[in-house]
Each structure stands twice: as structure tokens, then as C-alpha cells.
Write a protein that binds this ligand. Structure first.
Ligand SMILES: Nc1ncnc2c1ncn2[C@@H]1O[C@H](COP(=O)(O)OP(=O)(O)OP(=O)(O)O)[C@@H](O)[C@H]1O
Length: 369
């Protein structure tokens, strides 16, 4: 275990009865003081990971460590972890102050100490002066902050947040994303945040675990995962992608849509079948002659900062383009892209194999930086 790791999962499986495992041999480390996001579709196992960390359930197999101590069977109330739930789980009959004070009263802390800590927690979440308000008099965003104050007042080492923003409207949600991120930085506590919203994950996290079917598909920083998705699932789940089948001819040469292109990928077998991703923002609209692909514009939507343009090549592959330029629906255009814009994915590659392959690219200028 690295020095900074606060939580470690070693080959953790969680299975109910004879159903397929909801978590399947999962291993990872959580470092102290960072903002982590568990991202994946409904039912992939995100909440199960949180509940295992919180101590609400026990793993079927494997070990969970907290500060290097095995905690598989340690009860929830003995763990240095607090959870902020999706529905906030506030007490409707208690005012704001008493909601936040609740855990401290259970610990039989002195009144003066409680007063000081609750006020400090409320001012941390910008709710100074709201002590005597009833919960029903608070807006969704304010309730969210009360729930967070109630978690931080206990000074846990880790705060778990289970889709805490999903009940809020888009504008408030964006505001709370900034607030939560800022709060985590100020507190320096490890946050583990669950969402199925990829934009939220990209905006907030130091590290993202992309989960599907009870397995971590890929872990890394938002830019790592966006720039180098390991497989089709991750590429599709994070941002929008054009994905086509292709063939690696040799190092730095790839074939797709029946044509050969220069790329920056290497380390594949000769004629290995692969998948190719090109992000919509990496495709540039140009003349038919300059274009590396020739396509017909099928439809166009204005998205505020860019146009989302759907095009088809002669083989019927769709190419999605994000462009600040308009294109005439029905017209034939060229699409240009740099060799760095082509991402080659190997079928069935594990995260370890993938990382090892990318390490050998150190000498390749992947993003033109
Ligand atoms: N007590 C249980 N008994 C049987 N199956 C369960 C139990 N708890 C959860 N599951 C199953 O485990 C799987 C993963 O559930 P989990 O709540 O971790 O998903 P999730 O990724 O958090 O989904 P969502 O985004 O919908 O909350 C689901 O298929 C769920 O039905």
C-alpha cells in the first residue's frame, strides 16, 4: 500500500444469493485528501462500493483496509466515515442547528463545544444565521448544505456522497458542484462521490473510477480518461465518440473505412483488429480535397458553444462533428484530423496492459503539447 492510501480494496467481491456478483473481484486504492468519483450506469455497483466503505454491508470475499487496518467486519458507527445521502436524510422535526448537532449529542459532547462546532460547520457551507430555521423552510440546495454540514461536523477522515446533487435543478446543481469541490479543497478531507453524470465527474474529480457490470473499467484523472479511454464502454460513457472498427497495419499505421492513416499508436500485432475512436471536437470541417474523410451532412443542431453536425460516409458510418462552423445539410464536405486525434483501442485489454502500452508512448507526442 502506498503511504497516502486511506482505503484499499483487495479483490473484493459482493454477491447476493446465487445472483451474478454485483461487485466482481475489485481492487483499488483511495489516497488521502483527494476528490474521487465513482461513475457508471444505474446498477453497476457504485452504491455497493460506498456501502462497503461505510460498513452497511460486508464483502462476500476480499479485504477492505482503512488506514492499513482490515475493517471488513467493523460496524458502521466505529468507522471514520460519514455519508451524505441522495435524499439528505435530514430530520424534519429538528431545526438546522439540531440536525447538524445530532451526531455530537449522541457522542455526549458538552453544549458549548457543540455550539462552537455546529456554527463552524454551518459557516463552512455558507449557512451562518440559519441555525433556527426549520428544514421545511429550506430550499433544495440549502438542505443539501445542511446534510454536508452534518457530515463534516463529525470531522470524519472520509465523506461519502451518494448522488447528492441529483435532486437539484441544473443551475443549482452546477453551483453546488463548484461549492462541493471548493469545500473539499478547503477541508482537505477525502471525498468519494457517486454519480452517473459524466460531465459532473469530469468537472469535479481528482480521480474517476469508471464502473460497469461490477468491475472498474478504468481509473485515472478526468483528462486521462477522456483523452485515452481504455475501451468502447468508457469511450461511449465519457463524452461523445466516433467509434469504428479498424486494423493496425504496423506501428503508426492504421486502417479504417477502407483507408490507411498515420497514427501515433504502436505496440500492436501486424493486422490486429482494433477499434478506433475520434472525438467529435477533433474533426475539422474542410474541403473535400483536403479532407481525410469525405462525408455528407445529414443534420445539424445548434448547441450554444458549437454546432453538433451528424454526417455519414459512403459506407454508412456516422461521424459526429462538433464545430463552431456551420455546414449545409445535404452538402458533401471533407473532415480533417491530426494523427494524434486517432485513438486505437485493443480488444479486451486490461487496465494494467493498457497502462503498460501507453507508457511506451512516452516518446510520442500524443496531444501536440
Ligand atoms: N440487498 C440486495 N440484494 C440483492 N441485490 C442487490 C441488493 N442490493 C443491491 N443489489 C443489486 O446490486 C446491483 C448494484 O447495485 P448498486 O446500488 O450498487 O448500483 P448503482 O450503481 O449504485 O446504481 P444506481 O445508480 O441505480 O443507484 C444492482 O443490480 C442491485 O439490484
Amino acid at each position: 500500500m502506498t503511504n497516502a492510501a486511506i482505503i484499499q480494496f483487495n479483490n473484493v467481491t459482493k454477491q447476493y444469493d446465487n445472483d451474478p456478483p454485483v461487485l466482481d473481484d475489485v481492487s483499488f486504492e483511495i489516497e488521502r485528501g483527494k476528490f474521487y468519483t465513482l461513475l457508471g450506469p444505474s446498477g453497476c455497483g457504485k452504491t455497493t462500493i460506498l456501502r462497503l466503505i461505510a460498513g452497511f454491508i460486508e464483502p462476500t470475499n476480499g479485504e477492505i483496509y482503512f488506514n492499513e487496518k482490515k475493517i471488513n467486519a467493523i460496524p458502521a458507527n466505529k468507522r471514520q466515515v460519514n455519508t451524505v445521502f441522495q435524499d439528505y436524510a435530514l430530520f424534519p422535526h429538528l431545526n438546522v442547528f439540531e440536525n447538524v448537532a445530532f451526531g455530537l449529542r449522541i457522542k455526549k459532547m458538552k453544549n458549548a463545544e457543540i455550539e462552537r462546532k455546529v456554527k463552524e460547520a454551518l459557516s463552512f457551507v455558507n449557512l451562518k444565521g440559519y441555525e433556527n430555521r426549520e428544514i421545511r423552510e429550506m430550499s433544495g440546495g440549502q438542505r443539501q448544505r445542511v446534510a454536508i454540514a452534518r457530515a463534516i461536523v463529525n470531522e470524519p477522515e472520509v465523506i461519502l456522497l451518494d448522488e447528492p446533487l441529483s435532486a437539484l435543478d441544473l443551475k443549482l446543481r452546477t453551483e453546488m458542484q463548484y461549492e462541493l469541490r471548493e469545500l473539499q479543497r478547503r477541508l482537505g478531507i477525502t471525498f468519494i462521490f457517486v454519480t452517473h453524470d459524466q460531465e459532473e465527474a469530469l468537472a469535479m474529480s481528482d480521480e474517476i473510477f469508471v464502473i460497469d457490470k461490477g468491475k472498474i473499467q478504468q481509473s485515472g484523472t478526468p483528462t486521462d480518461i477522456y483523452d485515452e479511454p481504455i475501451n468502447r464502454f468508457v469511450a461511449d460513457f465519457i463524452g461523445e465518440s466516433n467509434i469504428v472498427d479498424g486494423k493496425m497495419l504496423k506501428d503508426f499505421r492504421v486502417e479504417f473505412v477502407g483507408r490507411e492513416f498515420e497514427c501515433v499508436d504502436k505496440g500492436f500485432n501486424v493486422n490486429e483488429a482494433v477499434e478506433i475512436i475520434i472525438r467529435p471536437e477533433d474533426l475539422e470541417i474542410t474541403t473535400l480535397e483536403r479532407g481525410k474523410l469525405q462525408v455528407r451532412v445529414d443534420s445539424q443542431l445548434f448547441r450554444g458553444v458549437h454546432y453538433e453536425i451528424s454526417c455519414y460516409d459512403k459506407d454508412g458510418n456516422e461521424w459526429l462533428v462538433h464545430s463552431t462552423k456551420k455546414a449545409a445539410v445535404g452538402s458533401k464536405i471533407g473532415l480533417y484530423f491530426d494523427p494524434e486525434a486517432i485513438h486505437v483501442m485493443r480488444h479486451g485489454e486490461t487496465e494494467e496492459e493498457f497502462d503498460r502500452r501507453l507508457e511506451t508512448y512516452a516518446d510520442v507526442d500524443r496531444h501536440g503539447e
